[in-house]
Design a protein around this ligand. Structure first.
Ligand code: SF4
Length: 132
């Protein structure tokens, strides 16, 4: 999946669809919100589907068969990552797979996760998931 080389209209379509992440939007609703013709809207939807950004589901709505557009991507919440030690870590260049330092056993990461959980400053489960 690639989010590069998207037009402004395609980016706007993605933003609108992300607001309806769980249920999706009927394609005609998206065309109306974008202010485009059904032809132009269909072209956008097909392109986004080919890129794996959305799926187009065939549904019966408003007394006819149409397509519902459902995003396959989610908005990334950076809040759990605020305060992470890695961006300012002096060992950053030597940390990672087959390098001197290993994030899996890093005491700075462990301390950050522990303090975030104790302070309620971040969702510890989210941090743990994003570190997996
Ligand atoms: S995992 Fe630890 S050692 Fe590696 S960059 Fe992050 S804080 Fe530094």
């Amino acid at each position: 999946m690639s989010l590069s080389n998207l037009t402004k209209l395609e980016e706007k379509a993605i933003k609108l669809l992300l607001k309806h992440h769980t249920k999706g939007l009927l394609q005609s609703e998206l065309w109306n919100k974008l202010g485009v013709s059904s032809r132009e809207g269909s072209r956008i939807a097909i392109k986004l589907e080919k890129r794996g950004i959305i799926k187009r589901e065939r549904v019966y709505a408003n007394e006819r068969w149409t397509r519902k557009l459902v995003p396959l991507i989610k908005q990334f919440d950076i809040k759990p990552l605020l305060g992470a030690p890695c961006p300012t870590c002096p060992y950053n260049d030597n940390c990672g797979y087959q390098k001197t330092y290993n994030p899996m056993v890093c005491p700075l990461i462990e301390r950050w996760i522990t303090s975030a959980g104790e302070n309620g400053a971040a969702d510890t489960n989210a941090i743990l998931l994003q570190n997996e």
